[in-house]
Design a protein around this ligand. Structure first.
Ligand SMILES: Cc1cc2nc3c(=O)[nH]c(=O)nc-3n(C[C@H](O)[C@H](O)[C@H](O)COP(=O)(O)OP(=O)(O)OC[C@H]3O[C@@H](n4cnc5c(N)ncnc54)[C@H](O)[C@@H]3O)c2cc1C
Length: 600
């Protein structure tokens, strides 16, 4: 049924968000900033304090004692309990503050994955789906860090296709315990976890269920720490279950609902990857400015060269857009949670459904965030030159660490498919999205395009943002009508459509933030000018990305008159955006250089 709440995931495609309903990062309170700063300070002291080369050389197996020492210090700060409600010993942070926490966690390199797993995929299954007894039993130990926790979904034969997992649990003849057998792979924190959320099928079920499994139940053995490309201090092991006896009451949630649970937990993990990416990008800019302003070539600091400013300006613009999208949705998740509670939902359901609501946006943010942080790390190596390739500076470590973000919590291919699949599902199956509104918004977008000089701040930019939405809706509609259910098999086209969808969401998020800032009387004009330029640079790049994706999609499925019309429409909707990208990037880069990082 069409959802009339303003808080509807995917509705950004049809509706223009009023800035009064938008959260922007500039609105974080002193208290929220204090929490996030405490993480930053902790990471600088406990991780950076070890020295870059020591951190780059950390190894989950050889340095287990040191990693655990840092983990316990972090626990003493309360960091393991950010997502756990206060009555169970946690900090009970709202979701958006937990994203801000995650942003600064990124400063801990691979150690961020350790705490990130504990506070996200490790503990959230119990926080969201646990019974009162399960919460009372497990959450205090998880929140205090006394018990490490992990999330066991992947198996050697089932990664992206997680529902095909072979692990099985059979009820014993007495009916008191499930007997679990199976093998899980790539389990973060597995090397020290005491509590495992394990996804397995019961008896002959074809759907997964979830269980809380304690190491102390027995029948559990661990593989050696995986030798990985990056995040080397993060524990990643195989976990083997051999007739593990799980008390019946440790079934988590409903039987057969494990796959839905697993996916929903991943929604949270996905937006957290984007939040961490934001933190990594900001830190990257700081390091890059530090180096390029010191490094002299051809008689001047290399930061003076346009080729360096092109990179710095681009990274800053990407960080700005990413940050805008992350906290826009983080706040919407919190508001949806409150809305559901008010409507009578229990707390678990409200947490679960508020997260599920934004599955499209979480998938988009995961893809864009992971690609942006990987690009930042790559460009940082380039700006450091040979020193970037050396272990001494830590930049090569960041490059290796960043790479995993495109793979875990669902690969970026799976997330691209998911963003489009969720859109179709919500628009045509569950009808939670009011697709009828799309007709009106598309027609008005095309009409507005003939009038690009409409007055008002950022009018042209918003016109392009709307055009991106319209273009997505039109091409997706035509492709869907032509290919019908075969569209899912034409994955190249799905990837293209997902890219246009992502650009529509990201550009709008950046522009809305600038609009809101421009409406606030206290906004510093010079800062607003730089933020506007970042949003404009991002839009400029997004139009290129979307243009390429649209042409690829159209050339792949359309023919004859329809192809001609769609190409013409693409040219019209994404026509030349008349800015000078060189000048804007330069201005942004000069600001970042002057402030010694992403500071305003
Ligand atoms: C360091 C690390 C930590 C991890 N931590 C955890 C953890 O804590 N818990 C956990 O459960 N898992 C964890 N994982 C597993 C991770 O989530 C999986 O690696 C990931 O989901 C991909 O699965 P896979 O490795 O089997 O790759 P595959 O599924 O085999 O994918 C390989 C390639 O095929 C593509 N592909 C697969 N299916 C399709 C399709 N239908 N259409 C198009 N392309 C497709 C993928 O996009 C990818 O490019 C971790 C992995 C790593 C490397």
């Amino acid at each position: 049924m069409a959802n009339n709440s303003k808080l509807t995931g995917g509705a950004f495609l049809f509706e223009t968000t009023d800035t009064k309903d938008l959260f922007i990062p500039e609105e974080f309170t002193e208290e929220q900033l204090m929490i996030s700063n405490s993480v930053k300070e902790f990471m600088l002291k406990e991780v950076h304090g070890l020295g870059v080369e020591r951190v780059a050389g950390l190894d989950a197996e050889k340095d287990k004692a040191l990693v655990m020492e840092i983990f316990h210090k972090a626990s003493e700060m309360g960091f393991c309990g950010v997502s756990v409600d206060e009555q169970y010993g946690g900090m009970g942070l709202d979701f958006n503050t937990s994203l801000l926490f995650t942003e600064n966690l990124a400063l801990g390199f691979s150690f961020a994955t350790t705490i990130g797993c504990q506070t996200s995929i490790g503990s959230l299954p119990i926080v969201w789906y646990g019974t009162e007894e399960q919460k009372k039993k497990y959450l205090p130990g998880i929140a205090s860090g006394e018990k490490g926790c992990s999330y066991c979904l992947t198996e050697p034969g089932s990664g992206s296709d997680a529902n095909s997992a072979k692990s099985r649990a059979v009820l014993n003849p007495e009916g008191t315990h499930y007997i679990l057998n199976g093998q899980k792979m790539w389990i973060t924190n597995g090397g020290f976890a005491e509590v495992f959320t394990v996804f397995a099928k019961i008896e002959n079920d074809d759907k997964l269920s979830a269980f809380i499994v304690e190491k102390s139940f027995g029948g559990i053995s661990l593989g050696k720490e995986e030798k990985k490309m990056g995040i080397k201090a993060s524990s990643t092991v195989q976990v083997f279950f051999n007739n593990t006896m799980i008390p019946k009451e440790n079934l988590l949630g409903e039987r057969g609902k494990g796959f839905n649970m697993a996916l929903n937990i991943l929604n949270s993990g996905r937006i957290k990857i984007a939040a961490g990416g934001t933190g990594g990008m900001k830190y990257g800019l700081e390091r890059v400015v530090g180096y390029t302003t010191e490094r002299i070539q051809f008689g001047k600091p290399i930061s003076d060269f346009g080729a360096m400013k092109l990179k710095i300006g681009t990274i800053a613009a990407q960080a700005f857009a990413l940050e805008s999208g992350v906290y826009r949705i983080g706040a919407d998740v919190d508001k949806k949670h409150a809305e559901l509670l008010k409507a009578g939902s229990g707390d678990n359901d409200a947490k679960i459904n508020s997260m599920r609501e934004y599955a499209i946006e979480c998938a988009i943010l995961k893809v864009i965030g992971s690609e942006a942080i990987c690009n930042t790390a790559d460009e940082a190596i380039q700006m450091f030159g040979g020193m970037g390739y050396s272990q001494e500076t830590g930049v090569e470590m960041a490059y290796r660490d960043a790479r995993i973000t495109k793979i875990y919590e669902g690969t970026n291919e799976i997330n691209r498919m998911l963003s489009l699949g969720e859109f179709y599902k919500r628009a045509f199956v569950s009808k939670e999205l009011n697709i009828k509104k799309a007709g009106g918004s598309v027609t008005s977008a095309i009409a507005q395009n003939f009038n690009p000089f409409k007055s008002g701040a950022l009018a042209t930019e918003f016109m392009f943002a709307n055009n991106l939405k319209s273009l997505f809706l039109i091409i997706t509609g035509v492709a869907g009508a032509k290919l019908k259910e075969k569209l899912v098999d034409e994955q190249e086209i799905v990837m293209n459509l997902a890219d246009i969808l992502a650009m529509a969401f990201m550009t709008e998020s950046a522009l809305l933030r600038v609009k809101k800032l421009s409406e606030q009387p206290g906004t510093d004009k010079a800062v607003l000018a730089i933020k506007t330029k970042m949003a404009q640079v991002y839009l400029y790049e997004s139009l290129d990305t979307a243009r390429k994706a649209a042409n690829n999609a159209i050339d792949s499925f359309a023919s004859g008159l329809s192809k001609f019309a769609l190409k013409r429409l693409t040219r019209m909707l994404l026509s030349t955006y008349a800015i000078n990208p060189k000048d804007l990037r330069r201005d942004v880069a000069n600001h970042i250089i002057e402030k010694k990082g992403y500071y305003f």
